[in-house]
Design a protein around this ligand. Sequence first.
Ligand code: KIV
Length: 264
Amino acid sequence: MTKQKKITAATLLRAKQQHKKTVWLTAYDATTAELAESAGAEVLLVGDSLGMACLGFDSTIPVTLTQMIHHTAAVVRGRTRAWVVCDLPFGSYQQSKEQAFASSVRVLQESGCDAVKIEGGVPMAETIAFLSERGIAVVAHIGLTPQSVKKFGSYGKRGTDKAGRAQLIQDARAVTEAGAVSLVLENIPFDLAGEITDSLEISTVGIGAGPDCDAQVLVWNDLLGISPSNPPFAPAYTKLRPLINDAISRWVDDVKSGQFPKKS
Ligand code: KIV
C-alpha cells in the first residue's frame, strides 16, 4: 500500500486551485483524531468548542491555553497525516501581537501541531501578519466568532445587513493580505460566503456558510449526535447519544442483576 502524503498548508492551497473540497472535523483527543482521520478527515481542528464538547463549560470563554495544549498534544499523537490546527483560546492573543506570538510558540512547541487559529478580521490583521512573518501558519475565523458572544449576546447569523456584509468582505481581505493560510467562515449568508470564497486566493472553511466554501468543518459531537442539541446549521449524521445510553444502561442492569460478569 502506498503511504499517503502528509497534509500541509500547501495541500489546502492546491485543493482550492484544483476546485477540490477539503474536509475538516474537530477532534479533542487521540481517539477522536484517529477515528476522524481514518474516516477521511484531512484537517483536525482542536477547536475551543472543547469547552462545551468535553470540559462541561457553557461557552468557549473559560477554556485556557494549557487545556488547549493538553488536548492538542493528544490529537497530534492520534493523527498520522492530517493537518492539526489548534484554536488560541480567549485571552491568549487579543492583548498584543507579542502575546499572540508567545501563545503560538507554546502551542506549537508543546503540542506538535501545525497551525493556530484566531478569531477576528481587520482588528487581528496586524497580529496575523506578525505571526505569519515569523513562520507561523495562521487560520483566521470571521463571521460568528464564539469568543465574542458576550459582546454580541447571541450565536446568531452575522453579515445579514449591508454594513455587516461589507465589514466581512473587508475582514476576509485584511486577514488574507496579512498572511492567513485559510479562513473559517461561520454562520454567514451563503451567497456572501460564496462571494468571499471566489474573491480570495486562500481556502475558506464553512460552518453554516453554505456549499460554496472550499472546505467544510463540523464539531465532532454535533456530527455524531452526541450533543444534547445541535445548531441549525450542523446536522447529525448519526445518533450516538441514545446508542451510548442504551449500551451503558444495559450493562448497569446486568451488573445490578448479577448477569455480568458471567461465571465462566
Ligand atoms: O471551536 C470550534 O470548534 C470552531 C469551529 C466551530 C470552527 O471554531
